[in-house]
Design a protein around this ligand. Structure first.
Ligand code: KIV
Ligand code: ZN
Length: 388
């Protein structure tokens, strides 16, 4: 049976924490409108107590997002932060308060100088207060992947009883590995099912060792039904889980993950480019799903296979995610088939008799270059009077 996997986008909160990526109100609104088109279920759009600008942005986005997208702001487990979230979102159609509080020993000792019992009480008080203001409350156990399991469970049990509707398990420092993180989620899910099966179990991973997508997918496989991610995987340090990677992973293997998201995947490419342009953060060329080379093929064997049938080397079509059509990139490894495809696409007709010679000249030229541009091919073809 298929489950719904909720997608919370935090590009405008965790993503905006990238140095130099700070946005103004209009820029935030433009991205928020695009996230609505992308059909994210929830978006986290700022930290209202942190500055007037963040407060105003959360407020403005809450008012334009409509009832289909839950909008949230983040705060610590203190009354003033919760009040700021409430004030910024009280006019929103579908608001949520998000509280974060550390649960690992290192956070409790070094950051708060508090005992585990004191921290737990702080979390419960914060949730009770937030719940008195709004029906939807998410509780994040910061640094969960480095926390003691039984302490974490005690906290989860207590905050659920206090009114939390979503429990978020973050791998705050990107420490987790897929199998272990999957087991952790499985254990929490089993107990949560007995405690209250209506609670949404969420994960929030960071990419410090390049495992954010793998950890998030392992969590889904083991019972999580909400993922937190950002467009292009931007975020604090090495970034967050990339929305497009997780969504397409689930889409390709719906039976394995026993679920589906509501994301309008045709809007993925446009959203990726918009976030990159507005935030001034380039997308690496080989980035999965949205990189410039994600649908470009350069090896001769691959080009030949693709020209016979796209299915041979394409598991996702660029059209599916709204990207420009597949590209055959000519290199010295391109075969005759690919060369002929490109020259025809450029509008040239090469007489059969000189084809071998022209192809040979192409290889000589391509050997000198890192990349062969259309203009290089055109210059070569124009040098033959026989070619029309
Ligand atoms: O990385 C983290 O732990 C966070 C929390 C606020 C979910 O960003
Ligand atoms: Zn984070």
């Amino acid at each position: 049976m298929s489950r719904k996997i909720y997608v919370l986008d935090t590009t405008l909160r965790d993503g905006e924490q990238v140095p130099g990526a700070k946005l103004n109100l209009n820029e935030k609104l433009e991205i928020a409108r695009q996230l609505v088109k992308l059909k994210v279920d929830m978006m986290e759009v700022g930290f209202p107590s942190s500055s007037k600008g963040d407060f105003e942005a959360v407020k403005a986005i809450g008012q334009i997002a409509g009832k289909d997208v839950m909008v949230t702001g983040l705060g610590r487990a203190v009354k003033s932060d919760i009040d700021a979230i409430y004030e910024s979102l009280r006019g929103a159609a579908n608001p949520m308060i998000h509280i974060v509080l550390g649960s690992s020993n290192v956070h409790m000792e070094k950051k708060f100088s508090k005992s585990p019992t004191q921290v737990l009480e702080m979390g419960v008080e914060a949730v009770k207060y937030a719940k008195s203001l709004m029906p939807q409350v998410q509780y994040s156990l910061e640094d969960a992947s480095r926390s003691d399991f039984e302490y974490m469970w005690k906290t989860i049990e207590a905050v659920v009883k206090a009114g939390a509707t979503i429990i978020n398990v973050p791998d705050t420092v990107g420490f987790a590995v897929p199998e272990e993180f999957g087991n952790l989620i499985c254990k929490i899910n089993d107990r949560l099912m007995n405690l209250n099966p209506n609670i949404i179990l969420s994960v929030h991973c960071h990419n410090d060792t390049g495992l954010a997508t793998a950890n998030t997918l392992a969590a889904i496989r083991n019972g999580a039904n909400k993922v937190e991610c950002t467009i292009n995987g931007i975020g604090e340090r090495a970034g967050n889980t990339s929305l497009e990677e997780v969504v397409m992973g689930i889409k390709l293997h719906p039976k394995y993950y026993r679920g589906e998201t509501n994301i309008n995947i045709e809007e993925i490419y446009k959203t990726s480019r918009m976030v990159s342009a507005i935030m001034g953060l380039d997308v690496q060329v080989n980035k999965a799903i949205t990189g410039e080379n994600a649908f470009a093929h350069s090896s001769g064997i691959h080009q030949d296979g693709l020209l016979k049938s796209k299915e041979v080397y394409e598991i996702i079509t660029p059209e599916e995610v709204g990207a420009p059509p597949m590209e055959i990139v000519l290199t010295a490894r391109s075969g005759k088939h690919a060369f002929s495809y490109v020259t025809k696409k450029l509008g040239y007709n090469i007489p059969e008799i000189i084809e071998p010679e022209v192809y040979k000249s192409f290889l000589t030229m391509a050997d000198q270059k890192k990349e062969v541009y259309d203009s290089d091919v055109m210059t070569l073809l124009e040098s033959y009077t026989e070619i029309t």
